[in-house]
Ligand binder design. Structure first.
Ligand code: 0L1
Ligand code: MG
Length: 260
């Protein structure tokens, strides 16, 4: 594949996001697409968005739970980028802006210092972190019926679409992040629960692995950026009229309403 093909696929995925419509997955047309190709497409997608004036505010890790890794038959998570326009202000999610979003509860890190892999340890992540905050990630695959292979989802910026960032800021040393529990309820009915350990054993391990993956590209994690470490719960489909309430041990409660 050459660069023009990467750019044209990246543009197709951006058009799907902007036009709020599903597209056929890329591997239907390009069955030999590799993970390396996929990250090259993602880089072009990021470059186009930066060229449009959007800003990167952070990074996300995906496929961090044992269940998702098994389902996708992968041994390593995947990463993507969070842009400024993805952060939702207030407590309403508008479905009309998206395709078929699902929500997952996460723990996010905000680093006080840059972190550069490889070989970063959990202890180094905890020392470099300024705060942890609760976050709700909306994943919204641009592919038909949320069906994709690993390279497809990497190219699609790991389904990143919207994020609510909570206001509870805690020093990571004040919490046992692997033991932090979370419950996710819709309209008052418990739908799922999870813990920090569901994220690669410990959310800080997700940051350490991300630093390692970025180092292969000569990149590092930067102070001030938000890092979404991965879902502590299953990703849950949303319907108009839903009120989603998520409670974390030690990190408070977040709630939002889903509108058409
Ligand atoms: O954030 C995530 O774990 C999602 C990664 C992409 C997989 C999906 O869209 O379900
Ligand atoms: Mg996620």
């Amino acid at each position: 594949m050459d660069r023009n093909q990467y750019i044209s696929i990246a543009q197709r995925l951006i058009d799907a996001e902007v036009g709020k419509r599903e597209v056929t997955r890329i591997t239907t047309e390009h069955p030999d697409l590799t993970v390396d190709d996929a990250y090259r497409i993602q880089e072009e997608l990021v470059g186009i968005k930066l060229g449009q004036g959007y800003r990167i505010i952070g990074t996300k890790m995906g496929l961090t739970s044992p269940a998702k890794m098994k389902q996708m038959r992968v041994e390593e998570p995947i990463y993507g980028y969070i842009f400024d326009y993805m952060v939702v202000d207030g407590n309403v999610l508008k479905l009309s802006e998206l395709i078929h979003p699902k929500v997952e509860a996460e723990i996010a890190f905000i680093l006080g210092e840059d972190l550069e892999g490889p070989g970063v340890t959990i202890e180094q992540v905890l020392a470099a972190a300024e705060y942890v905050v609760p976050a709700l990630e909306m994943i919204d695959s641009r592919y038909e019926n949320f069906q994709f292979t690993l390279p497809d989802v990497i190219a699609d910026n790991t389904s990143a679409s919207r994020v609510f960032i909570g206001s509870a800021m805690r020093k990571p040393a004040d919490l046992e992040l692997d033991l932090v529990g979370v419950t996710l309820a819709v309209n008052g009915e418990l739908k799922d629960l999870g813990s920090g350990a569901a994220v690669l054993g410990h959310p800080a391990q997700s940051v350490a692995m991300l630093a390692g993956m970025l180092s292969r590209k000569g990149l590092k994690l930067k102070a001030g950026q938000v890092i979404l470490t991965g879902g502590m719960t299953e990703a849950l489909m949303l319907s108009p009229g839903d009120t989603v309430t998520v409670k974390w041990d030690g990190l408070g409660t977040m709630e939002f309403r889903v509108e058409e």
